[in-house]
Design a protein around this ligand. Structure first.
Ligand SMILES: *Cc1c(COP(=O)(O)O)cnc(C)c1O
Length: 445
């Protein structure tokens, strides 16, 4: 390690409190100096293949030149302007581009800063919508077991069952949690679980449907609670039932958006269109924090008028930041190249081969692939986010960073998953699977 790095390590320890990390607990954060493509580099040249897109944000690689250039250009034109009463071209062009790829009913864009705030916007809109519409008793929110929607109060409330928020249980808004019939490749009992889940939803709706403001769901894949897949038909059925009660449907595609599941949005596979669609993470290609809540015309129109009751009193300092918009426009341009769809197919193929290569490894179950996302469960005595085997494996992957080449993999409890940037090469992906196999072998001993 170069001397200047040691200094930075010390300063980091002295001044920084890292997210989801115990202060003073175990390993030091690894200092990353640069990135290119799927590769992150330390100052002394060690390479780390980023198999999780740096917390699911990166789409086209680190320091991707077109996006970097777009941000630089924008920064020398207009870095930021108040968005209440003022507007700018990057926001207008981005909103138009997003609406062009979104379902036809979603043609209004509300900007905010990150996934959590996009969720807060959706929840607050849903609650206020019913007040405006003369049904103030419609305030209940339906969520799913294991759903995760972010770390602010409203988002934590909707994600109450994800297991991350025990410390704040008393502070959360009550939500109604429905079962999530998770499935995997070769699962033969999913139909029964789906039926039970839908029966429970029906029972709930027959009692409380008229008091339900909205349902919020991660369509196809629940991310943070362990890459838990459902079949598309389940989302379609749940959505249909919610619609029959008149309640709003919120899709949280903050993780699944922009191609992760093999289509631009997961909703293209589920059928059933939401009234509110939350997007973030990949929106700027992983360069800048930004999010949007896309809003159905009917919801938007309810907020028309001069009455103060219909004012949506919400906005962030950096709403529609021009640099973020410029990054997002550049990223959308890359997304629309034919080679992007090819990359999704290629990665899915790579996952199939990689998962197959794990045949016979002890303790591996529930292998599952959807588009560019692959996951498996490890046998554990304890499951959940703090599972001992997941912690051991996480430590093993971090210790591997001492090698000239290693993989960035970060288990979610006893679940290991890959969610690579679309530029990952076949060789890099195969290498990640080799690392994964070696790690599993090491921790199973
Ligand atoms: C990450 C995530 C969020 C929260 O986004 P932040 O940018 O971390 O606030 C919400 N929903 C889903 C599905 C996510 O994966």
């Amino acid at each position: 390690m170069a001397p200047c790095d040691r200094k930075l390590d010390e300063l980091d320890a002295r001044y920084i409190w890292h997210p989801f990390t115990r202060p003073g607990g175990g390993s030091k954060p690894l200092l990353i100096a640069s990135g290119a493509g799927a590769v992150l580099r330390t100052a002394d040249g060690r390479e780390i293949i980023d198999a999780i897109s740096s917390w699911w944000v990166n789409l086209f690689g680190h320091a991707q030149p077109e996006i970097a250039a777009a941000i630089a250009r924008q920064a020398s034109e207009l870095e930021q302007v108040i968005f209440a009463g003022y507007t700018h071209e990057p926001a207008i062009r981005l909103a138009e581009s997003l609406c062009a790829i979104a379902p036809k009913n979603l043609q209004k864009v509300f900007f905010s800063d990150d996934g959590s705030t996009a969720i807060e916007v959706a929840l607050k809109l849903a609650w206020q919508y019913w007040q405006i519409n003369g049904e103030p008793d419609r305030q209940r929110i339906i969520v799913f077991e294991g759903g995760y929607h972010g770390d602010t109060i409203g988002a934590m409330s909707a994600g109450v069952s994800s297991g991350f928020f025990e410390a704040w249980r008393q502070q959360l808004v009550p939500c109604d949690v429905m079962p999530w019939p998770a499935t995997w490749d070769g699962d033969t009992a999913v139909e029964g679980r789906e039926k039970e889940a839908l029966d429970q939803l029906d029972q709930f709706l027959s009692r409380h449907g008229q008091h339900t403001a909205a349902m919020i769901v991660e369509p196809l894949v629940q991310g943070a609670s362990g890459m838990r897949f459902v079949r598309p038909g389940f989302i379609a059925e749940a959505t249909r039932r919610i619609r029959q009660t008149g309640a709003l449907v919120i899709f949280d595609e903050i993780m699944t958006g922009f191609g992760r599941t093999g289509t631009c949005f997961a909703l293209e596979q589920t059928g059933g269109v939401p009234d509110l669609l939350c997007l973030s993470k990949g929106l700027t290609g992983g360069f800048l924090p930004m999010s949007v809540t896309l809003v159905d015309d009917r919801v938007y129109e309810a907020f028309h008028g001069d009455d103060s009751r219909v004012l949506f009193s919400h906005g962030h300092s950096y709403t529609a930041n021009p640099l973020g918009c410029a990054a997002a426009l550049a990223s959308l341009k890359l997304l629309q190249q034919e080679s992007t769809v090819e990359a999704w197919r290629r990665i899915e193929e790579g996952h199939r081969a990689g998962m197959k290569s794990l045949d016979g490894l002890p303790g591996v179950s529930r292998r599952r692939i959807r588009g560019t996302i692959a996951a498996l469960d490890l046998a554990a005595d304890d499951s959940g986010y703090h599972s001992a085997i997941g912690q051991r494996l996480g430590r093993w992957f971090r210790e591997r960073h001492q090698q000239p080449r290693s993989a960035l993999l970060r288990p979610l409890g006893n679940v290991v998953y890959l969610l690579p940037p679309y530029c990952i090469t076949d060789d890099e992906l195969a290498f990640v699977y080799e690392e994964l196999a070696a790690g599993i072998r090491a921790v199973q001993q």
